[in-house]
Design a binder for this molecule. Structure first.
Ligand SMILES: [Zn+2]
Length: 423
């Protein structure tokens, strides 16, 4: 038998289940005769209820029934009397010769707990396998689904700059959830950065890492694996969804997955959950649920990580405990990026490395998305000397070819339609 004493989670949980559980117990075991004044006297003695409570209960007994008094005690008083109250109540039951009721209750709670644990375990397994499969690759150009790279192969660990800290200390993703000045684990985190700088890849990596289930000891003290559940969303997933649970059902779970919204809400409430929301800037207008989430109007005690381009959350900054800025690649990271790219594609890295030295495009290389696109171009034509002019020509050519493939036109036809639309 599991005696539950984890105060906060149980507290909410108990409120939810108590009435149901105990009403059955009540019908099966209690009769007005067997519960007498001794039980409440015991409870007063052990401090579970005050004299004032006792009086109220006696009034209910007098004016209504004993069962009504017990129900009031269980649903209104007990859940508010601290984490030890429940076990004291069980003891009081035993002392007033009602051990069978205590046993029955324990049995009931045990059942409900294991039912709960089963729901949670299967939900977690479902999400983990979803992330592992769906987030394994990066598509640098969403409009070209055929170009995809393996996330684990090409991901370069990102530098984050903590904005709340005046020193602007460099942080890595390992430090993301590490408590900062307040010493408390941050509940609202913001990562800001320019387009293409890698915000989405950070989110994707976090969810994918969590999907792999264990750190293998690589992570810091508080890492993504510390969370029971990770819910990974695009900001747009919350539009027209009245709650996070609804969004999970619609966007993260298959439609034939059987869990009710209230079961899902129960699991989210009870567990240590990280909610990742990518691209606030793309879907912030009229996003009521997301606003409530940021403000802590819902799920205040859960950890929320949001990414956005700069200046989209100006009037909401005060809600965030930790604010980070994603830095562009330094030279070392650029080198690492092209090397990983070449290795992933199983080709020599020298042409990519020499590309990095070209003055005319150097400023583009600090942006990971641009650098990936440059690598793709370079791979198309290793003879190509990438200058800005050559770059635009190649981009033009690549679009013409890919668009041709997609629209089933010859390159000449695409070219013609491009010129028509320009004039
Ligand atoms: Zn970890």
């Amino acid at each position: 038998m599991k005696i539950i004493n984890n105060s906060y989670d149980l507290y909410e949980w108990r409120q939810k289940y108590f009435a149901r559980v105990f009403c059955r117990s009540l019908q099966a075991n209690f009769s007005a005769k067997t519960v007498d004044f001794r039980l409440f006297a015991n409870l007063t003695e052990s401090g579970v209820i005050t004299d004032e409570h006792l009086q109220k209960l006696q009034n209910i007994m007098r004016n209504e029934t004993m069962a009504a008094a017990v129900l009031h005690f269980l649903t209104e008083l007990l859940p508010k009397r601290g984490s030890k109250a429940f076990n004291l109540f069980l003891e009081a039951l035993c002392e007033s010769q009602q051990e069978h009721v205590a046993d029955h209750l324990k049995m009931w709670l045990g059942d409900v707990c294991s039912e709960d644990a089963g729901t949670f375990k299967s939900l977690r397994a479902e999400l983990q396998s979803h992330y592992e499969r769906r987030l394994a690759s990066i598509r640098p150009m969403p409009w070209l689904q055929s170009i995809c790279l393996n996330l684990t192969d090409v991901f370069v660990e990102r530098q984050l700059k903590l904005k709340t800290n005046h020193k602007g200390d460099g942080k890595t993703m390992k430090d993301l959830f590490t408590p900062q000045e307040t010493k408390a684990i941050p509940r609202r985190l913001l990562i800001e950065g320019n387009p293409g700088i890698g915000k989405s890849t950070i989110c994707q990596t976090l969810a994918h890492e969590w999907g792999k289930q264990s750190c293998g000891g690589h992570c810091g003290t508080v890492c993504v694996h510390s969370f029971d559940l990770v819910l990974y969303f695009h900001a747009g997933d919350f539009i027209d969804e009245e709650s996070v649970a609804h969004a999970v059902q619609k966007h993260l779970l298959p439609s034939d997955y059987s869990i009710t919204t209230s079961e899902l809400q129960g699991v989210i409430k009870a567990k240590n959950v990280l909610i990742i929301v990518d691209a606030f800037d793309e879907a912030n207008a009229g996003n009521r649920t997301l606003d409530r989430l940021i403000q802590g109007d819902i799920l205040r005690h859960k950890t929320l990580l949001i990414t956005s381009r700069f200046n989209f959350l100006q009037n909401k900054l005060s809600f965030f405990d930790s604010k980070f800025k994603v830095q562009g690649y330094d030279e070392e990271e650029q080198l690492q990026h092209v090397k990983r790219y070449a290795k992933h594609k199983n080709i020599a890295s020298a042409p990519f490395e020499s590309m990095l030295k070209d003055k005319s495009i150097r400023d583009l290389c600090s942006n990971p998305l641009n650098l990936t696109l440059l690598c793709l171009l370079r791979e198309e034509d290793t003879q190509l000397r990438i200058t800005r002019t050559a770059l635009y020509t190649s981009i033009h050519r690549i679009i013409r070819r890919k668009a041709g493939e997609r629209m089933d036109l010859t390159e000449a036809e695409v070219e013609e339609s491009l010129h028509c639309s320009c004039t």
